[in-house]
Design a protein around this ligand. Structure first.
Ligand code: HEC
Ligand code: HEC
Length: 229
């Protein structure tokens, strides 16, 4: 067992060993900050992105669906096949053409009790910094027949994002559960300008038209596959 998974197990144990009442309000600030930024980092840097142990949660209230949070925190599944930073977990394929993930380098996420998951989700939903995500920006119109083509073929999203369970891309979070996990206005804002969320994130600004972004968001909102391989 490597030290990362040992640490994760210890972290998970800490949750179950904590005396019940004392910690609900302190949950995020005492447990989750070990791996997640719950306030906007004071200094953005490439080092921070490379070294962070989990994705940023400081805009969680503008990003996630609360119901998904409550369920996932009790029963976390993989969203990023390589964990917080896939580069640390990737091993080059034998023919050097296909990268694969060294699963031993990806620690399981700490699991919360139902009560803690509910409390954590409530605290996370309160994290909504002004100006990052515009409420109502996604018009909610159907994506039309071109939307899945845009996603899979024309705009290259599937070179980094899995569109169904078991797909190969490793560098971006899976998007086949995006409709359950993410708020449409967040998807739109993130696609439009990922660097606004962090100047060093490696999701590129793709220069999409507004019409394409509306369609892509509608399409992703329909993807609610929670099934895992
Ligand atoms: C040992 C480090 C660690 C700790 C402690 C930890 N997390 Fe995480 N968390 C991660 C990693 C790594 C991921 C990415 C998992 C993935 O994408 O498959 C993650 C993902 C998440 C996500 C999904 C984020 C997204 O963008 O999809 C949420 C929500 C979350 N964590 C909440 C919490 C909460 C709440 C706590 C405290 C109770 C917590 N985490 C404690 C490492 C940690
Ligand atoms: C070069 C690889 C790459 C391409 C191409 C790409 N993405 Fe991403 N995308 C990423 C990475 C990496 C992240 C996560 C960044 C982070 O957490 O800092 C991301 C994050 C996202 C998110 C936020 C999801 C989340 O859970 O945080 C959405 C939505 C998204 N991408 C949509 C798209 C769409 C739609 C396309 C095609 C139009 C696309 N992406 C193309 C790499 C890519």
């Amino acid at each position: 067992m490597n030290t990362t998974s040992l640490r994760a197990i210890l972290a998970a144990l800490a949750f179950t060993l904590l005396p019940g009442a004392a910690h609900s309000a302190d949950l995020l600030s005492q447990q989750c900050v070990a791996c997640h930024a719950i306030a906007k980092p004071e200094k953005a840097s490439l080092e921070r992105i490379l070294e962070r142990k989990g994705p940023d949660l400081y805009y969680a209230g503008a990003k996630f669906n609360q119901e998904w949070l409550v369920a996932w925190l009790q029963n976390p599944t993989t969203i990023r096949p390589g964990g917080a930073m896939f580069l640390h977990a990737v091993k080059a394929g034998a023919d050097r053409a296909v990268d694969t993930i060294d699963a031993a380098k990806v620690a399981p996420h700490p699991k919360l009790s139902a009560a803690d998951a509910k409390a954590a989700a409530e605290l996370l939903m309160a994290l909504k910094p002004d100006g990052l995500v515009t409420p109502g920006a996604h018009k909610g119109e159907p994506g039309g027949s071109m939307a899945s083509m845009l996603f899979s073929k024309l705009r290259g999203c599937t070179s980094c994002h899995a569109a169904k369970p078991g797909d190969a891309p490793l560098s971006g979070p899976e998007l086949y559960s995006a409709g359950a996990r993410l708020q449409p206005d967040f998807m739109l804002a993130y696609m439009k300008d990922p660097q606004r969320f962090d100047p060093h994130t490696w999701m590129p600004t793709l220069g999409l038209t507004d019409a394409d972004m509306q369609k892509l968001t509608s399409y992703m909102s329909t993807l609610k596959n929670q099934e895992k391989k």
